[in-house]
Structures are given as structure tokens and as C-alpha cells.
Design a protein around this ligand. Structure first.
Ligand code: AMP
Ligand code: GLY
Length: 427
């Protein structure tokens, strides 16, 4: 099988790496990819950007691929999967209508209500008066969310009413701005990816992400600063329950509406004392969770994604996983999650990759005019390590991170620390 992957982050690098390890995959093409993927697959430029469905179709034709995998949310919400599917290709990734589960938080809430999925109580506001009323009705801590896509940065959680109001006002000021004010959910957060083919659901192993920029879950929200999997502290029945209570009813509701969901239904949830509650849906693999989930998946990825794209997940055998633990630590550029500084030399990757069990996935990297590796985005690298225990995986990941040289870079030093110290409890 020949596969085209769309995207350029460490998530896509992880997907590409798993695809190249699948014996049934003879070629992997990436558009536009990055220097890390260039070493293992053919990278093709996408001059008009990720939303250029026609450009992606042209590449799919030129390379005669059997499957197109769309990584990021922006092209999915913009309907790229529809364009590629209409051209006759099997696509792993939802239609624009189905990707609305991520593209609009208000829409996701409506589907959850219709499917009886447990989630936080919420008010959708379109005026400042409604916003004020919602804040007072739900009380502190305030959770205020931009309705649309915001690269993980549209949410403010605060006990300061003025800050909550100011964020809500900024969201309302956008064109057609809507803001969702939500009940605060208390408890550890989990990310669960479910492969969906429009009808059937296959869950992957759960992971935990670290969204805040700094140690101790402080600082602003980011796209994600690190992750680990599996979650030994989570109830053993959690995944099956989430399929029954959340994923399956959501997929059925989307099918009932005539907009079947094909791709990854990413369930972000909080395990509260009153049970699991959905925080958000995403319509794609998570970044950086994918880096740890795929590091443990032994079932060949290409066949799995093709089965989902073709509506054939019910014929797939149970998935195989390594017993090992995986940890990823994101190395971010100076200034992230604000405006990141770019163009700084990045080195030490080979030494880092020589740490047992460790590998380095690229995100915001580029080659300068001399061919040297430089930073080119906020999240620059994802350093992944597997180990026989969570402690070993952590120790290896951080040993590898310490060998990376990037001026002004930052990373969190407490990824998976609470889990390693047995400090996480449910309810
Ligand atoms: P989202 O973009 O919806 O995933 O939100 C980003 C982050 O904000 C989440 O990972 C949570 O840490 C936090 N958050 C979102 N909604 C809530 C909520 N209802 N209660 C508590 N924290 C939340
Ligand atoms: N790590 C969270 C996300 O991909 O949105």
C-alpha cells in the first residue's frame, strides 16, 4: 500500500514512522513534512498550504496512493477530506461536517446532549450580557472557551472574573464570535483516541497530556508540552466504559445526522468524583499524545487506518501493544506559547537518539540555506522514550532531552512525574 500523510508536526512524524514500520506499506509520501520526516519518507511541498485540497489530490494522483491520512484539524474543518474523497481516494480523516465536533464547541455540546454523553454543563453566549449572566450562573473557577478553532489556546480557566470576562469579550469580538462558558471539572485529565469508520469504534490506549506551559501545571495553555501512556492509575474498565458511554453514541448520532465520522474521535475528558466528563472532542490524533500511543502500538498502522477509511473496522482483530511505557517531552522554542523565536540552530539529535529506547521527532524544524537544522516554530521537537517502567521511560526521555542544544529552549521537567510518584487518584 502507498500512503500520503498531510501535515508537518511531530504527530505526523510519529504517524510516518509507524507507517514505514508496516511491512504492507511500500511508500510513504508526506506533504509538506519536515526535515525529520525527510529522512524516512518522501516530502513533497504544498506551496498553497494545508488547506489546498486540489494540491493534495494532485499529489495523491501523482504518487498513486491507496490512502490519504490528514493529520491536523485546520484542513479537516476546512473540508480537505471531502475534496480528496470526492476525487476517489480512501481518506483517514472526517468530512468538514463531521469535523465540526472539533470546529465548534457549541456543536459538540449539541451532539453530546443528543447522544446523552456526560459532559460539563455549558452556556453558549453571543452577547456580553449573556456572557456576564453565564459567569455568574456557573461561578468560579470560570471556564471560558472560544467556540472555534484556536490551536489549544482558546480556553481560559481562572478564578478572576475580570480575566474571564476579558477573554470572553475577545472571543465575542471576532467575526461571528461565540463563547462557551462551562462548569469547572475537577479531576485528572485523560486523552482517548478512538478509530472510527463511520459506524464502528476501536479505542487506542489512553494517554495523559500536559497542556500548561510550565512545571506544576502553571502558565498559559499550549498545544501540549508532553505526554505518557499507558495510565496505570486509571480504572481498568475506563476505556470500555468510554466507548459505551461516549464514543459509540457519538458515532451513532453523527451517522444518524447523515454526517458519519471517519477518522480519530479524540475524547478529552476529566475523571471527576462524579464520573468521567467530556471536556472536548477533537477530530484527529492529538499532539503530543500520538507520539506515545503509537510508540506502543504493535499492530501495523497502515492496515488499521485503511480499514477505518474503508468502513471495515469490524473485521479488524484485537490490537497488540507492547508492555512498555512511553514518555514524550516537547522541546519548545524561546517565547512559546507566545511568539516563538525561530532560526536558532538545533543540534545534539544524534546523541539524543542514541539513548536506549529514545528517538527524536521533529515538529518546528527547517533547514537553513547551508542545510543546517534550525528552529522554525513553537514546539520544535518531541523527544520520545520507551522503557520497561514509567520511571525508566522518563529517565531516558529526560536524558535524551538534556543532549539537545537549542538556544533559549524550554521544556517541562515534570512530565509523568505525578504518575511515577503514584500521586494520581480518581475521585
Ligand atoms: P480544551 O481546548 O477544551 O481542551 O481546553 C484546554 C484545557 O483547559 C483542558 O485540557 C483543561 O485543562 C482545561 N479545561 C477545559 N475545560 C475545562 C473544564 N470544564 N473544567 C476544568 N478545566 C477545563
Ligand atoms: N494535545 C492536545 C491536542 O492535540 O489538542
Amino acid at each position: 500500500m502507498r500512503v500520503l500523510v498531510v501535515g508537518s508536526g511531530a504527530r505526523e512524524h510519529a504517524i510516518v514512522r509507524s507507517l514505514t514500520a508496516d511491512r504492507d506499506v511500500e511508500a510513504v509520501v508526506v506533504a509538506p513534512g519536515n526535515p525529520g520526516m525527510d529522512a524516512v519518507a518522501l516530502c513533497e511541498p504544498l506551496p498553497a498550504g494545508l488547506l489546498d485540497g486540489d494540491g493534495i489530490v494532485a499529489l495523491a494522483r501523482r504518487h498513486a496512493v491507496d490512502l490519504v491520512v490528514v493529520g491536523p484539524e485546520a484542513p479537516l474543518v476546512a473540508g480537505v477530506a471531502d475534496v480528496v474523497r470526492a476525487a476517489g481516494f480512501a481518506v483517514f480523516g472526517p468530512s468538514a461536517a463531521a469535523a465540526m465536533l472539533e470546529g465548534s464547541k457549541a456543536f459538540a455540546k449539541e451532539v453530546m446532549a443528543a447522544a446523552d454523553v456526560p459532559t460539563a454543563m455549558a452556556h453558549v453566549c453571543t452577547t456580553l450580557d449573556e456572557l456576564r449572566e453565564a459567569l455568574d450562573a456557573l461561578g468560579a473557577p470560570y471556564v471560558v472557551k472560544d467556540d472555534g478553532l484556536a490551536a489549544g489556546k482558546g480556553v481560559v480557566v481562572t478564578s478572576d472574573r475580570d480575566e474571564a470576562l476579558a477573554h470572553g469579550r475577545r472571543c465575542l469580538d471576532k467575526m461571528d464570535g461565540r463563547v462557551v462558558v462551562e462548569e469547572y471539572l475537577d479531576g485528572p485529565e485523560v486523552s482517548l483516541f478512538c478509530l472510527c469508520d463511520g459506524r464502528s469504534v476501536i479505542p487506542l490506549a489512553p494517554a495523559q497530556d500536559f497542556k500548561r506551559a510550565y512545571d506544576g501545571d502553571t502558565g498559559p495553555n499550549t498545544g501540549g508540552m508532553g505526554a505518557y501512556s499507558p495510565l496505570d492509575w486509571a480504572p481498568p474498565t475506563m476505556v470500555d466504559e468510554l466507548v459505551v458511554r461516549v464514543a459509540q453514541p457519538t458515532v451513532e448520532e453523527m451517522a444518524r445526522r447523515g454526517t458519519p465520522f471517519v477518522g480519530v474521535l479524540f475524547i478529552g475528558l476529566a475523571l471527576t468524583p462524579r464520573g468521567p466528563r467530556v471536556i472536548e472532542f477533537n477530530a484527529r490524533f492529538g499532539d503530543p499524545e500520538t507520539q506515545v500511543v503509537l510508540a506502543r502500538l504493535k499492530t501495523p498502522l497502515g492496515g488499521l487506518l485503511l480499514s477505518a477509511a474503508r468502513g471495515e473496522l469490524d473485521g479488524v482483530s484485537p490490537l497488540h501493544w507492547t508492555e512498555q511505557h512511553a514518555v514524550t517531552v516537547v522541546v519548545a522554542a524561546h517565547g512559546y506559547p507566545g511568539t516563538p523565536r525561530t532560526g536558532d540552530p538545533v543540534s545534539g539529535l544524534e546523541a539524543a537518539s542514541e539513548v536506549p529506547g529514545a528517538s527524536v521527532l521533529h515538529a518546528g524544524t527547517a533547514r537553513d540555506h547551508e542545510g543546517l537544522l534550525v528552529s522554525a516554530g513553537g514546539r520544535v521537537l518531541s523527544v520520545v522514550a520507551v522503557g520497561d517502567s514509567l520511571s525508566q521511560a522518563r529517565e531516558r526521555a529526560y536524558r535524551a532531552v538534556a543532549l539537545i542544544e537549542l538556544d533559549g529552549s524550554q521544556y517541562r521537567s515534570d512530565i509523568a512525574l505525578a504518575a511515577e510518584s503514584n500521586e494520581l487518584h480518581v475521585g
